[in-house]
Design a protein around this ligand. Structure first.
Ligand SMILES: [Zn+2]
Length: 378
């Protein structure tokens, strides 16, 4: 009996310990629940930034994803928001969408907050439907709805796939519009400004005549390249310019007769490095420091563009996603600045950029070699 009593007492103690633990858990949960609910409420109201999945995110990060001569540039802000500018090609068993998802994983994000389709060419928006099947995309932006496009005989089918992915909910960007981004606590102001769209350009910037301008009159370009959405990202005193495939005749209006853009630190070489873009007057006006060329092994990367970049006095470095296998070694960046030197096997290495506002510097990393170099901005 005594032994039994002891057993009962023991059971009672166990029961009491369990009850105490349960009560403590309830109390702790209640205490924790209040701030969580408050946080969710403030988050929903937009009073605080989205939770940061990557610990202590302070930098602005850019990922130039290799989509084989297409375009896919991922931006992740210090507040943890994401912007994807273009989504690569469709087809190839969802190759480009998978590469974008891989870059998102590396960046520690699970959804695209803002997707900008710069224009309706397959190398820029072909991958949207594939990507929408892999990850949530919250908002879609473009240069406006279109019913036909002479550039693309399969436009109806491809545009239909894009509109279906966006559920018809697309936002038209006009020059002067901004894509809303939260500024992280303690970080400089971040602003993503549309500077060109549907062949119209921003005005109201610089007023004085730009001495870099030349009197040449580029041909009008009837293709959708001329309607590309162009974006200027500002993070404190750091500027990144992405003109997508904007044609020379339109990009010229951005800097001539007066420079509406100002100076930029990082420049995504326009049209994959084509020589009907990236004219010397534009490059001189932008006073760019570092250029990233999103070319393929046999697409873009024109030697004249490489020459023009090198002739720009402010220019410090050109990074390429691919070596142009059709031109000479001298007509390409040095090997350490090339993410994918060989056509096969293509390992789809990225070029990554991380901007540290406190150090007033941005660091460019070659995804293949993992080598980094830093550049100051003022
Ligand atoms: Zn393109």
């Amino acid at each position: 009996m005594k032994k039994g009593s002891n057993n009962l007492a023991g059971l009672e103690n166990v029961a009491m310990t369990a009850i105490n633990a349960f009560v403590k858990t309830i109390l702790a949960s209640t205490l924790l629940l209040l701030p969580v609910t408050e946080r969710a409420y403030r988050l929903a109201r937009g009073e605080i930034a989205a939770p940061q999945t990557k610990a202590a995110r302070r930098a602005l990060d850019l990922y130039f994803i290799d989509v084989e001569g297409g375009a896919a540039t991922l931006i992740v802000t210090p507040a943890g928001e994401s912007v994807l500018i273009d989504a690569g090609w469709g087809g190839f068993d969802g190759r480009d969408a998978k590469r974008i998802r891989q870059a998102m994983r590396q960046a520690g994000i699970t959804a695209i907050d803002h997707l900008v389709v710069t224009h309706y060419h397959m190398d820029h928006y072909g991958g949207v439907a594939d990507l929408a099947g892999l990850v949530p995309i919250k908002r879609f932006y473009d240069h406006g709805k279109m019913t036909s496009l002479t550039d693309d005989p399969q436009f109806a089918e491809r545009y239909g796939a894009y509109q279906a992915a966006a559920k018809g909910q697309t936002i038209t960007l006009k020059p002067g519009d901004t894509i809303p981004l939260k500024t992280a606590a303690g970080a400089p102001l971040i602003k993503l400004l549309c500077v060109a769209s549907h062949a119209a350009v921003i005005s109201g910037g610089g007023a004085s005549a730009n001495p870099a301008c030349t009197p040449d009159a580029p041909n009008e370009d009837p293709s959708d390249n001329a309607r590309s959405v162009a974006l200027l990202l500002k993070f404190g005193d750091f500027e990144f310019l992405n003109l997508a495939d904007l044609s020379w005749n339109v990009s010229k209006r951005l800097v001539c007769p007066a420079n509406q853009i100002g100076e930029v630190d990082l420049y995504q070489v326009t049209h994959h490095g084509g020589n009907i873009n990236n004219d010397p007057a534009l490059l001189l006006s932008l006073r760019l420091t570092v250029a990233v060329m999103i070319n393929g092994p046999r697409k873009g990367g024109h030697p004249q563009t490489v020459k023009w970049l090198r002739e720009t006095p402010s220019f410090k470095a050109l990074y390429q996603l691919h070596r142009n296998v059709q031109t000479t070694a001298e007509q390409n960046a040095p090997d350490e600045f090339i993410a994918n030197p060989d056509e096969q096997p293509d390992e789809a290495h990225m070029i990554m950029v991380s901007v540290d506002a406190a150090k007033r510097a941005f660091t460019v990393t070659n995804g293949r070699t993992k080598e980094s170099r830093s550049y100051q901005f003022i």
